[in-house]
Write a protein that binds this ligand. Sequence first.
Ligand code: URA
Length: 334
Amino acid sequence: MVYRYERGIRKFLFLTKGPKDRLDLPKGHIEKGESAEQAAIRETKEETGLDVKPDRFFRFTVAFWFMAEGEKIRNSVRYFLAKVPAEAKVTISDEHNGFVWLTYEEAMKRWKFKKEILKFTNDYIDRLEAMEKLNAEYSMLPGQAKGQWGLSTRFVPGEGPLSASVMFIGQAPGAEEDARQRPFVGRSGVLLSHLIKLAGLRREDVYITSVVQFFPPKNRMPTPEEAALCRPFLERQIELIKPSMIVTLGALASKELAGVDNIMQVHGHAIEKGRMYFVTIHPAAAVRLKKNMPLIEHDFRTLKAALESAGIKQKKQGKVRPHPANKPKTSAAT
Ligand code: URA
């Protein structure tokens, strides 16, 4: 899905095809040695002339199956999202009659086929823009909270799909995160990536952030005042993502969000407190102290079971449904 703004109005690009100018998207099969994203970039270039850079975290996959020679074959189409500048020039290939930029409402009326993906995409862009605005506001907090601010002034935003079902919330960024302005990219982050896999998830499918999104010098614990200043922003981030499960990493997140006073008594358990939380010790505690490693690994295996029993799925959006077309390869669409 390619979109742009024309005088402040969001419009989606459609190609037109056939005698009735049926709406179509740039799409095609994944060639050997290509990733789905590379296929989407290539196909979009070939069919529209546009150079696109897909959003890192947007994901929507429609899986389907069909019968071929008596065998049931599973296939899927993965959608990508890319914004292009208003002046971007579209040049179509011979495959299509023309192209049209449509608002969401116009596209919902004309595009009979995939209303579900269009709605998801439009909603995703709304959330993306709301999060950008919120984070811009949050990043100004150090300047506004002058007398009370002892944290770094460099903002470390959360990372992941805004449609994530599972959100991981740590304490505060460390020096490495501060330098790279990305959460959990230091030693604790390497361990967290491993643990996320243990829980049956993929890091790129979950949203990762911290209670306080500025580095506390010397890695100290944020003060209650600092946590209180940051809390409204965290709440608004959670409201935008609306995860089905929040995993609290360590004492601060577990206390702030799930009201846990003694994490060593509660870790490895899910708690319902208006939202579903799963409490675990902080990966840094296992990096520092080897004896914590089996505890945290056990927690994440328990998390896997908790997600399964709550029916929380990460890897796919959309449903597996029968499809009459006989498409032998996986397709990618932008
Ligand atoms: N620890 C945290 O709690 N957050 C980070 O982003 C990195 C380490």
